[in-house]
Design a protein around this ligand. Structure first.
Ligand SMILES: [Zn+2]
Length: 133
């Protein structure tokens, strides 16, 4: 399978995993950047370090549920995102992500396939556990 296709597949399943991970038992999520609480269906998987950086593209800490307004129209609301990340994971994690930004990370086909399989299972598990369709 072409690398770009593997990357797309992983993007899709990874985003679903992040959104499911961050949904609360009442079916709502809190936007990492603005703190608004909205229904699951309105969540995006928002990247703190931009998606173009491969070293953090599939980092679970770099990706969090975000509202569409922040993700799509407010350029990620990056200041808010940083504050939200510090609250969630602490300052050291945020600094680590920022340092990783410039690393070169070449993902092999095998790694892609392994991650796709892993996150497919996780999505299935979380959907059942959190009763989300
Ligand atoms: Zn928001």
């Amino acid at each position: 399978m072409a690398k770009s296709k593997l990357k797309n597949r992983l993007d899709v399943v990874f985003a679903k995993y992040i959104r499911l991970r961050d949904v609360m038992p009442n079916g709502m999520f809190r936007c990492i950047s603005c703190g608004n609480i909205l229904p699951f269906d309105e969540s995006d998987c928002g990247h703190y370090i931009n998606r173009q950086h491969m070293a953090t593209r599939f980092s679970e800490k770099n990706c969090n549920a975000q509202c569409r307004k922040c993700n799509r129209f407010d350029e990620g609301n990056i200041q808010g995102y940083r504050r939200g990340l510090i609250a969630k994971y602490g300052e050291a994690t945020v600094s680590m992500l920022e340092a990783m930004k410039t690393q070169i990370n070449k993902i092999s086909d095998f790694e892609y396939q392994t991650m796709i399989d892993h996150y497919r299972k996780e999505v299935k598990r979380l959907k059942t556990e959190k009763q989300i369709k």
